[in-house]
Design a protein around this ligand. Structure first.
Ligand SMILES: *[C@@H]1O[C@H](CO)[C@@H](O)[C@H](O)[C@H]1NC(C)=O
Ligand SMILES: *[C@@H]1O[C@H](CO)[C@@H](O)[C@H](O)[C@H]1NC(C)=O
Ligand SMILES: *[C@@H]1O[C@H](CO)[C@@H](O)[C@H](O)[C@H]1NC(C)=O
Ligand SMILES: *[C@@H]1O[C@H](CO)[C@@H](O)[C@H](O)[C@H]1NC(C)=O
Length: 343
């Protein structure tokens, strides 16, 4: 009972807060402009819900909309007129529609001066839409047919920190210093399931999370991570990396916490940093693990007390290799914080 009262109080507060930031006339105009195909909740007038309606086109969107939900429809075009008065949009979800690049109206996105989140996963885009609003923070374009990133499309987008391009048709020549120029705040980039055969160029030094699973990458240049000093989560599962293409100490980067190299052709365990917590090396061609060479610190120098010098590895996968159990004793001696090892 007390819980329910609490919820009601919270709801009332939310309603008040939302109505307060919108003058009464605007609220009326907003609700009156609600397209008949959509649902515009009175207590949350900044949101317009038009998802799952079988829509073939975008209805005229009311002027004070911040959050627009259009996912799961059959929308093919993004014309200027339907969206031209919705200049306050913060968030658009257009996932799972049928929008092609040639049907994205000239300037339709660039004019949304406040747009922070644009989601267009599972459409039929062949290129990253351009121009994009400089206010953008998250851009999701996974599972389209994107093979091109127009040069300079990200210039000025200094708030963009998440870029999801997985499941597209990007090749090496599409992901370059020229195409990625301007991403000065990028933190997460997902380029998994594309057609890359080498490591992407032009990633900014702010990058923390880089996902490249399911490409055809065979090698990593020796100085590749010199320009990525903050890299923390690196996924290269399902590529074609062999130990000859992976310089021995390439992953010995102190910021790295999570390193995933499953389903490659590695024959040796790479050098890892002492702070690494998760290491995935399953389904490679590793025949043996030498504890004293794998240990990031000297095994002899580890005394019985657990202290800062103890390697941080907690999770290790080595299954699907050519290693036979038992786990070498010096591996266990080295990685004392291991909670789980799969061999
Ligand atoms: C946009 O707003 C203007 C001015 O209020 C109005 O005349 C016009 O009809 C609106 N356009 C659309 C597509 O609703
Ligand atoms: C790994 O990096 C650490 C710290 O940067 C360094 O002390 C260590 O010698 C390196 N290990 C190898 C095998 O290169
Ligand atoms: C393991 O590596 C260490 C240091 O690199 C080396 O001295 C030793 O001979 C290796 N042991 C085996 C069994 O290969
Ligand atoms: C931590 O362990 C290392 C290696 O055993 C040792 O040299 C060092 O003195 C220890 N530090 C502390 C603070 O206990």
């Amino acid at each position: 009972m007390a819980g329910l009262q609490k919820i009601l109080v919270v709801l009332c507060l939310v309603t008040q807060a939302i109505s307060q930031d919108m003058p009464y006339e605007d609220l009326l105009a907003q609700l009156q402009a609600c397209p008949k195909e959509c649902n515009c909740p009175q207590n949350f007038p900044r949101a317009v819900y038009c998802d799952n309606k079988g829509l073939k086109s975008i209805p005229t969107i009311p002027p004070y909309t911040w959050y627009l939900y259009l996912q799961n429809n059959l929308i093919e075009t993004m014309p200027l007129d339907a969206l031209q008065n919705a200049t306050q949009l913060r968030w658009i979800n257009l996932n799972r529609n049928k929008i092609t690049s040639d049907k994205v109206g000239e300037g339709v996105l660039g004019g949304m001066k406040h747009l922070a989140h644009l989601y267009m996963d599972d459409n039929l885009l062949s290129t990253v839409p351009s121009p994009l609003p400089v206010s953008l923070e998250h851009l999701r374009l996974s599972r389209n047919r994107i093979s091109k990133i127009p040069a300079g499309v990200f210039v000025g987008l200094d708030k963009l920190h998440l870029l999801d391009l997985q499941g597209n048709k990007l090749m090496d020549d599409a992901v370059t210093e020229v195409s990625l120029k301007g991403l000065t705040s990028l933190v997460q980039i997902n380029l998994a399931k594309n057609q890359l055969s080498s490591m992407p160029l032009g990633l900014p030094p702010t990058t923390i999370q880089l996902f490249l699973d399911g490409n055809n990458i065979e090698k990593i240049p020796a100085d590749y991570f010199k320009s990525l000093p903050k890299i923390t989560f690196l996924r290269l599962n399902h590529n074609k990396l062999g130990s000859a293409g992976v310089p021995k100490d390439i992953f010995n980067i102190s910021s790295m916490l999570d390193l995933q190299l499953s389903h490659n052709q590695l024959t040796e365990v790479p050098v890892i940093p002492s702070g690494l917590e998760h290491l995935y090396l399953d389904h490679n061609k590793i025949a043996s693990v030498n504890g004293s060479s794998v240990c990031p610190v000297s095994v002899d120098s580890l005394d019985d007390s657990t202290n800062d010098s103890v390697p941080r590895l907690r999770y290790l996968r080595l299954d699907g290799n050519e290693i036979s159990p038992p786990i070498p004793r010096d591996v266990v001696m080295c990685f004392r914080l291991l909670r789980s090892i799969v061999i």
